[in-house]
Write a protein that binds this ligand. Structure first.
Ligand code: ADP
Ligand code: MG
Length: 238
């Protein structure tokens, strides 16, 4: 686990600034939902935490270390996207173990960690299958398994359930929460689904046009939305 701190983070694409000085302290072990309308900068912010996107200003601090110059791999972060990006020619076990294999871990370690992740995600019976032989939910669990085996200090999710049907989304939602608790990680979860945010998060961050409108527990946001934008987004009567 690790704390994550954003200090006056900015992002410019050419002359256009899309993240305007965002500051946020995430505690060790916390589950944060990052919500806001399409185009408000959720993915950009997540990618800057992950190191997949240069920052134009400010600092990203993970644990006690400023990580601005570190590669994604060096940050000990795992990211789960909505597109599962599994390797179709590899088995489930090979997909889950892929990152360990390319980082040169011995086979005994890989087998043990893959077995552990598979048990955690209920994939043990499916380890020899190829992605083409799996359901959407099972594929998403394999993608999470691939992240879990690396024992990341921080888990970043970018709308991981948006390709799934409503019923499966509800089921996977609780699996993600369980996973967060089992792995004992810090999670930042991007979604445009208020219900997902309300049920999963310790605190919700509401982003609008590259700025934070409000940060609070689901109940705080529901009872005391800071403005009409937050009220409309959370669906409370204010
Ligand atoms: P969200 O994930 O909340 O939908 P994004 O972070 O993807 O929003 O995008 C935030 C803003 O940055 C949008 O206006 C988008 O058009 C812009 N943007 C994202 N990526 C790029 C890029 N590579 N080049 C230029 N503009 C970008
Ligand atoms: Mg996005």
């Amino acid at each position: 686990m690790a704390s994550v701190e954003l200090k006056d983070i900015r992002k410019q694409y050419g002359a256009l600034e899309v993240i305007h000085g965002v500051s946020l302290s995430i505690e060790d072990g916390e589950f944060i939902a990052l919500v806001g309308p399409s185009g408000c900068g959720k993915s950009t912010l997540l990618r800057m935490i992950a190191g997949l996107e240069d920052i134009s200003g400010g600092d990203v601090v993970i644990g006690n270390e400023i990580v601005n110059q570190l590669t994604p791999r060096e940050r000990n972060i795992a990211m789960v996207f909505q597109s599962y990006a599994l390797y179709p020619h590899m088995t489930v076990a090979e997909n889950i173990g892929f990152n360990l294999r390319i980082s040169g871990q011995p086979k005994s370690v890989i087998d043990e960690r893959v077995g552990e992740a598979a048990r955690m995600l209920d994939l043990t019976a499916l380890l020899d299958r190829k992605p083409g032989q799996l359901s959407g939910g099972q594929r998403q669990r394999v993608a999470m398994g691939r992240a879990v085996v690396r024992n990341p200090a921080v888990f970043l999710f970018d709308e991981p359930l948006s390709n799934l049907d409503a019923k499966l989304r509800v089921q996977m939602r609780s699996e993600i929460k369980t996973l967060h608790q089992k792995v004992q990680t810090t999670s930042v979860y991007v979604t445009h689904d208020q219900i997902e945010a309300m049920t999963l998060a310790d605190r919700i961050v509401v982003l609008n046009k590259g700025r934070i409108e409000q940060i609070g527990t689901p109940m705080e946001l529901y009872r005391n939305p800071a403005n009409l934008f937050v009220a409309a987004f959370i669906g409370s009567p204010a």
